[in-house]
Design a protein around this ligand. Sequence first.
Ligand SMILES: Cc1ncc(COP(=O)(O)O)c(C=O)c1O
Length: 448
Amino acid sequence: MSADQPPEAAQPPPTRRLRHLFDGDETNVYNSEFCNLCAGTPGPDLLRRCVDIFEEATAHRMAHERKDAFLFQYGATDGPWDFREELSRFLSKRYDDQVNEDDLVLTCGASHGLQLILNSFIEPDGVIFVEEVTYMIAIAVFREFSGMKIVSVPFSDTGVVASELERLAREEKAKRGDRSTGKPFWAVFYSIPVYHNPTGVCTSQEVGAEVVRVAQSLGFLVACDDVYNLLHYGAGAAPRRLHSLERSLAPPAGAAGPRRRHVVSNGSFSKILAPGVRVGWLEAPADLVQQLRTSGILRSGGGVNSYTAGVICSALQLGLLDKHLDHLVATFRGRMRALCDALEAALPAGCSLHPARPAGGYFVWLRLPPGLDAEAVQRHARDTRRVSAFPGALFSPASASSAHGPAAGSSHLRLAIAFHDEQRLAAAARDLCSAIAELIQQRGDVLV
Ligand SMILES: Cc1ncc(COP(=O)(O)O)c(C=O)c1O
């Protein structure tokens, strides 16, 4: 480099012309020579079905729009009423639990829902409690709220450790005292109670009830990321949402008058239709819905994604989404089985599916033997077998190991089932197992 050239950091970044999020290097999900098990998104075989769905739904919707063209007007802040009505019907049926139209607010997906929750409901210098391992990009969202403090809470095979949540929340609340700028909550607990990302864990009803009790008694919000709830592959009903659990719990002792509600459910069409549509919903108590209805940004913009919500409304009315979701559930059930069967047949001693084979969602959490670092496994599998999965420490807010020991998740890998077909998943699982076995053999200090 000559002296008059600007240093590299000051050079303009190279032009990026990506067609989609995963259109990156040779490990990208579309490379048939490499099996990438990182992406939590439906594959092209499933997304292709959206073409017919959207063609039919758009034609149906446009036939209505010829008269008043309401869908092309600034929308209602909480979303078109017919969309919310159809969505409440669809969700009530699929959850087997009443969802009220008036509790729903249209969003651009769960990530946007999370941003609305933090902006609108939580003190700007508030606290965000998170499960010890959690959706890694939610951690990035939280870091953008630089006035807020992130506190991670131990997590178990039945959900967060509620006694620890209570202890930490008491501690943080005592530190803050009563200061407030008038937002409804001083803190939020961000949770993924059903088919957790990355572990696949479902929060038990007992733990869920404890979480709600603690939130009520210490006055914080529980923001449930409910994006995987409808992807349930087991027999019987899907696990219940905390939002519904809260409704059925007795009021706290000594409560008088109408009870304040503390749980918001954050839903999305990304995992049950297509992430590119950028449509989701918040299901929230009346006072919080009202707060969103008066939000300056939502009012100024006339809600978000009104047009797409109108087309999805037609897809719901025509029963297209029900049919699509049935197909997704059947396909993902097969993919989950194929990956887990292949892993269970080939995993070296000391490895396990932890806590167990998930009965829904997108992810399998693979536990490695003590002493075997997940990042080393990921590199070895990538370089020698052309297969890749996310190392678990990515999902920890602490991220790197510290004086307190290794980061949560550092002896786990997260494998995603949604993108590839059964044959590729099974082959990738066998390759991954052989890479792990080889590494164990090379490293004498691994305890199996
Ligand atoms: C737990 C969780 N929440 C939210 C999202 C993103 O949702 P959306 O596409 O609706 O913003 C993901 C995507 O991977 C996720 O796993």
